[in-house]
Design a protein around this ligand. Structure first.
Ligand SMILES: Nc1ncnc2c1ncn2[C@@H]1O[C@H](COP(=O)(O)OP(=O)(O)OP(=O)(O)O)[C@@H](O)[C@H]1O
Ligand SMILES: [Mg+2]
Length: 381
């Protein structure tokens, strides 16, 4: 543990400082030295330090001022003050200004090392607390997003359900009118072709609307089932599946002169998942990436794995997503595309599938630079 401690020894008494530095180095610590407070502050800007051992009485910037500046600018650094034999007051002032502790000179080496270790423990404890707080915050954010999406999905699927019935009536009626128009006695009807064209348009629109409601109902069903049917789970070679997805979108990409590359760690990651559903997500992400990228751009897929999880990253050099939009892209029906180009269901469906597969999907984006989607999936234990 001691070898990880980064120390900065600040004292204007050269002999004392050099001997102490040597002894602490021998005890496995990484020690740097400064003979002035100003120099110490400069060294800390260049390279972070865990613990500063700081003499109170120095020419120029004195120990207390130096301590105050360290505390103002380096909140993860602890400071142990060294005071003269009769200077208890200085030590107390140091503690009030945020020093970890103070020792009086002459310094007893073992005592100092004990203090250094205590200060190091404190730093590690604070670091662990910070990491835990950040982790909790992340989970909390994901839960807020998930709750909103589930609520939106429930509402939208209610609407979809209601719309399905009138849609069926429209489709039946259009079919029925079409049959009537085909009858021999109707063949002389004026503008019969215009009627047929109109009916065809109704048919196409009804099919499109039906597809949307079906996707929506499917997506909501996937999320509300505890885990998607686990009997569909198999060990899936992500390399094979991404190769397949790339082959399917290649024609669309080469039309726009966009290159798609795949980088994979070795051995190739294997996820424990439903390949058909995952393929659908990959196709959604790839087609979004291709649509967002100008001719000559690039889409990169990266596969990675650890003992705990497998990752698929889809990265493009496209237009990026604005800050206002990025929090909404997973919502059902959120789209920035023309009505005939997108329904805004792709990412909502993908989110539902990945959540149902026990995974996570996240996004990072920068306007005019590009967008990166990351899927994290479980591996077989
Ligand atoms: N790679 C990307 N780069 C830039 N914007 C993106 C990207 N992926 C998604 N978006 C944004 O998120 C919106 C929602 O995407 P989503 O896939 O859900 O729907 P869509 O592509 O608009 O329509 P659909 O997928 O239903 O045809 C898109 O309209 C676009 O604004
Ligand atoms: Mg899409």
């Amino acid at each position: 543990m001691a070898e990880h401690i980064n120390l900065l020894l600040v004292d204007d008494e050269n002999d004392f400082r050099q001997i102490l530095a040597k002894r602490l180095t021998r005890r496995g610590m990484y020690v740097r030295e400064a003979d002035r407070g100003e120099k110490a502050l400069q060294m800390m800007e260049e390279q972070p330090v865990d613990i500063v051992i700081l003499d109170i009485k120095m020419p120029g910037l004195d120990g207390i001022e130096c301590l105050q500046r360290i505390k103002a600018n380096h909140d993860m650094t602890e400071v142990i003050m060294l005071t003269g034999h009769a200077d208890v007051h200085g030590g107390v002032t140091g503690i009030k200004s945020g020093a970890f502790d103070y020792l009086t000179k002459p310094v007893e080496l073992e005592h100092l090392i004990r203090k250094i270790k205590q200060a190091h423990h404190k730093i590690q404890r604070i670091l662990a607390e910070k990491e835990e707080a950040a982790f909790k915050e992340r989970i909390q954010q994901q839960m807020v997003v998930a709750e909103r999406l589930v609520a939106l999905g429930t509402m939208a699927s209610g609407v979809a359900h209601e719309i399905n019935n009138p849609l069926a009536v429209i489709q039946d009626s259009a079919g029925w009118l079409h049959q009537i128009l085909e009858k021999p006695e109707m063949q002389n009807m004026p503008r019969i072709d215009d009627f047929k064209k109109g009916l065809n348009r109704i048919n196409t629109a009804v099919k499109r609307a039906g597809k949307i409601t079906q996707q929506l109902l499917q997506a909501v069903k996937t999320q509300t089932t505890e885990m998607v049917d686990p009997s569909t789970f198999v060990e899936v070679s992500l390399k094979k599946l991404t190769d397949e997805a790339i082959t399917l979108v290649e024609p669309e990409a080469s039309l726009k002169n966009i290159g798609i590359t795949l980088e994979s760690c070795e051995p190739h990651p294997i996820a424990w998942t439903d390949p058909l559903q995952l393929l659908q997500v990959l196709l959604n992400l790839l087609s979004n990436a291709i649509q967002a990228t100008d001719a000559g751009g690039r889409v990169t897929m990266i596969l990675a794995a650890s003992l705990e999880e497998a990752k698929i990253i889809v990265k493009d050099t496209g237009c990026g997503i604005s800050k206002e939009n990025i929090s909404r892209i997973f919502e059902p029906f959120f789209t920035t595309k023309e009505a005939d180009q997108g329904t805004g269901m792709g990412l909502y469906v993908s989110w539902g599938i990945i959540t149902g597969l026990g995974g996570l999907i996240s996004v990072e984006s920068e306007i005019d630079k590009g967008t990166t989607f990351t899927i994290t999936l479980p591996v077989k234990k």
